[in-house]
Structures are given as C-alpha cells and as structure tokens.
Write a protein that binds this ligand. Sequence first.
Ligand SMILES: Cc1cc2nc3c(=O)[nH]c(=O)nc-3n(C[C@H](O)[C@H](O)[C@H](O)COP(=O)(O)O)c2cc1C
Length: 329
Amino acid sequence: MDWITDTAYRYIIYKIFSKYRSPTDKTILTTEFMSSDGWIKNPHGVKKHLLTIKTKSNIQTIAQIFWGNLENLIKTAQDIQKMQIFNWIELNIGCPSPKVMKLGWWSALMKDPSKAARIIMQLAKSINLPFSIKTRTGFNSTTKGQRFDTLVNIAPFVSMITIHWRTYSQWHSGDVDRNFIYSLKEKVKNKVLIIWNWGITSYDQALSKKENLDWIAIGRGAIGNPWIITPYTPSPEEKKDTMIKHFYLMLKTQDYFKTTIKSPANKPFLNPSLKSILHSPISHDNKATIEFRKHFMSYIKGHPKASQLRAEISKIYDYKKLISFLSSF
Ligand SMILES: Cc1cc2nc3c(=O)[nH]c(=O)nc-3n(C[C@H](O)[C@H](O)[C@H](O)COP(=O)(O)O)c2cc1C
C-alpha cells in the first residue's frame, strides 16, 4: 500500500510474522507500487519503494509496478530481477485513480482486454521470476463477465492473480462479489494461484474466507495492526514498543536513503542489513516524524484517549519528542 508498506513497515511485519506465525502459514510482503515510467526516467526519484532490509529467514517479497508502456514495464521488471532482492514481480492493474486512468493505465488498461492480455503475457515472458497481477472484478458491473473470461485466458501465463472484488466504478465501496473469485478459482484450478483481497480485519476472518482459494491479501486491516497475519494478540505494552521500533526504523530508513542511496558518490544499494540502516547519521529533518502520524492514528484506534492523543501528536515535529511521547502515553 502506497505510503504504508514502506521499507520500515515491511520489516516490522516480517519480525512479527517470524515471532508469532502459525507454523503452517506462509506470508508474502508487497512493496508500495512503483511507476515504471518513473523508474526509467528518474530511478533516484522512485527507488525508495524497492529498498528492502535483508532478512535472515527466507520471506517472500513482491515488487509491485504500474503504469508505463510495455517497453518501460519490461525494462523495469528486468532491472528488478537483476537486483536479486525480490521473489515476485507484480503488475497493478486495479487501482482506480482518475489521474492515471485518463492515461490508460491501472484499471483503464483492462478496458481493452486483448491489449491487457498481450501486455501481461509479454511482461511475464520477459522475466524468469514468478509474475503476478492485481486487479478488480471488472470495469463496471456490465463488464464482469468479460473480465472473468480475460482472467481465465491469462491464467496460464501468470503465477498469481490477486482480486479486489469490486469493479473500478465501485471504487472502494458498494457490494462485493464473492462468487466471482470462488468461481474463478474453480474454473482455473491449479493453473494459477488466486488470492482474495478485500475487507479482512482479523486473522480468524482470513482463515474463514479462504475456502478454495490459495491466499488472502490484507490491505487496510494491516494498517496499525501488523499482528493481523498471526494468531497473536499483543499486550498494550508490546503495541507501544512496536510503535516506537516502527517509528525509529522509518526515521533511520529515511536517513539511510538520504545519506547512502541518494548521494551520487555512492553506488545504489537497495538491500542493506539492519545494521547499516541503524548506523546511518540522523539527518535532522522532521519528515518521518510527521509521516508517522498516520500510522499512530491507526495503532491507537479504539484507545479511550484516541482523540486527545491525535491532537497531541499533531503538534510534535521533533523525532526525540515523538519517541518520548510514544513511550509515555
Ligand atoms: C492507503 C492505501 C494505499 C494503497 N496502495 C496500494 C498499492 O500501492 N498497490 C496496491 O495493489 N493496492 C493498493 N491499495 C489497495 C489495497 O491493496 C487493497 O486492494 C484495498 O484496500 C482493498 O483491500 P482491503 O480491504 O484489505 O484494504 C491501497 C489502499 C490504501 C488504503
């Protein structure tokens, strides 16, 4: 998720999953989407989306890309493959942003099913890594049948399809169509992994919705709740401790990015150890301190003093003050 599943948050989720996972579960973490046109024109401007802290266990990670003509998408996917950081590459063709839709990408690409299928097949063939797509159930309710058929045709060429089961015109609200996804899995069988995406708010709910599907993708339910991919419920103290670690890692990741990757003197290095992130010099700007507010608001949902805490954090601009605020409430 854009502005949410950045380097720091993916690492926090990885740590929590490693500690509290159910032994039979696997997880895949997905980056924020990255524009392939941006990558081709100005990689420095977008490479922060790919920055991924090295992990000991072999957790799977998807680099998600969008936009771009086919040439740019292929070059971006091949560049990502060469980095040897990610296990999957995913094309986002489900986002409903009107600005991008006007240009013909994201959900708009699926308006022309044969063009979409051509792009997906060529992109998939251009890399050796597993390739996946993230999409919706249709452009509007009248195109759902066509979308179903397109996905069935594409299935042999991709490794995984994640479906947010609203149409583009439903945006983020309106009735969802559960049958679409279960029937699609029934139809494609083992040709491709089919993933449910929408509305999961707890680990148990994820298990109960899985039915014949392969995986469950969780978006908003993971904001402020990195434990959602485990059966574990944290104590208030542990939640606070995680918040502090999350913020500190966000701060240090931004420092690392500024001092190491953006510096023209240094070779880009997108898969650092935790140690090199933590040892980056503090850059003393307040970007991470301000950006952490959105996570904090989600972490404290349901807290009896939530509105007072929200008002207090909105006045904090200094990272040290934020750490002491997070330790004290
Ligand atoms: C803040 C925000 C950012 C998002 N960014 C992305 C993104 O970068 N890539 C993507 O595939 N979906 C993105 N989405 C959509 C979610 O991945 C997901 O499809 C949608 O929220 C529905 O699932 P949920 O009910 O589990 O949240 C974003 C959603 C939100 C709320």
